[in-house]
Design a binder for this molecule. Sequence first.
Ligand SMILES: NC(=O)c1ccc[n+]([C@@H]2O[C@H](COP(=O)([O-])OP(=O)(O)OC[C@H]3O[C@@H](n4cnc5c(N)ncnc54)[C@H](OP(=O)(O)O)[C@@H]3O)[C@@H](O)[C@H]2O)c1
Length: 377
Amino acid sequence: MKYRSFGKLGITGSAFGLGCMRFNGPASGDSSIDEQKAISLIRHAIDGGVTYIDTAYVYLNRTSETVLGKALRDGYRDRVTIATKMPIDYVHSRADMEALFEEELRKLQTDHIDFYLMHAVNAERWERFKAIGAPEFFEELKQKGKIRYKCFSFHDDYPAFEKIIQDNDWDMVQIQYNFMDINYQAGTKGLELDGRLGIPVVIMEGLLGGRLAKAPSNVQALYDLFPVRRSPVEWAFRWLCNHPEVAVVLSGCNEMEQVDENLRIFDTVEPNIMTPAELKLMDDVREAYLSRTKIGCTDCRYCMPCPNGVNIPGTFAVWNKTSLYNTDPKEDNDLQGIINANAGADHCIGCGACEAQCPQHLNIIESLQSAWQDLGL
Ligand SMILES: NC(=O)c1ccc[n+]([C@@H]2O[C@H](COP(=O)([O-])OP(=O)(O)OC[C@H]3O[C@@H](n4cnc5c(N)ncnc54)[C@H](OP(=O)(O)O)[C@@H]3O)[C@@H](O)[C@H]2O)c1
């Protein structure tokens, strides 16, 4: 495992940070965790050298912190830094913030949080955080040693990022970034601004929620032509770690094999190691993807649950998958499952609750109809 600097914080962290947002439960379950499997996976990652673990109050129906707390018993807590988050939709006052923070400590079975983040901040949420005194509350927690660092995770456009990052004294920022999102959300401009301000950066969605792990045929053809053979996952992480501003790359793993592969990859990646030919390959790969992707849904599930039961990320995943891999929707088991569960786009009533929550700002209502049509339904 390579360890990277958090710059002004004077600490290092594992280049691979384990994200606790996506642990698969039983195949039939939605957001339920196979607890024993998740605990083994977390401990395996730590035993392999991971020192940075990311969770949040809301992940996996608010069970992610609890499972992480159990995984960090037996001495594991002292081997890692924990990042967790406060969601603005659950706090409306100082008392709410105090209660939620204490609940998080209890669930995580710890007396302090290392990196405490205001969750999924955008321009509007930042105003709400400020209105209830969250910046002052975070500072007080820091002074009392209850948290070590004041941070935020970000989902909005670059102008909002530029404002928010300079509007408070932040210790770290978490942004969505990968070789596809160079001009999206904070993007490369945001990453470079962090570098200039000396604020360490943690990356989320480095594989676009797993989409960059499975190369479609036109992308795989480009990888195959390159003289050095690497998996799509390795190319994606290598590209991220090439950026010196990046402290940690989060990846949410569902299987031990994924942890093992990521441990191997993050043992080899360093800042500024990519050759011009490798960088050109990634530019070509980006173009190849863009030519086939239907919608930029990352399966973060912030849009769920839909009040009318539509499986929004599931529908978009099938739409993208059938386009990327040129497969027949009629033979798609996931699509069949959505139809059987009465969770298809034909059940959308256009209420827009999903669009208000989507960090990618997707036109969900319109796209659901296009997807359904494209899928021949
Ligand atoms: N604060 C926020 O607003 C926010 C938003 C999003 C994420 N996050 C945090 O950031 C973390 C990382 O984001 P993410 O989960 O989207 O990360 P990601 O790395 O983009 O995607 C994770 C998915 O990639 C696949 N994967 C990972 N390693 C693999 C490997 N070696 N081989 C093949 N596939 C692999 C798995 O997909 P399959 O399921 O297909 O196997 C896994 O579920 C989250 O867990 C969460 O903690 C925070």
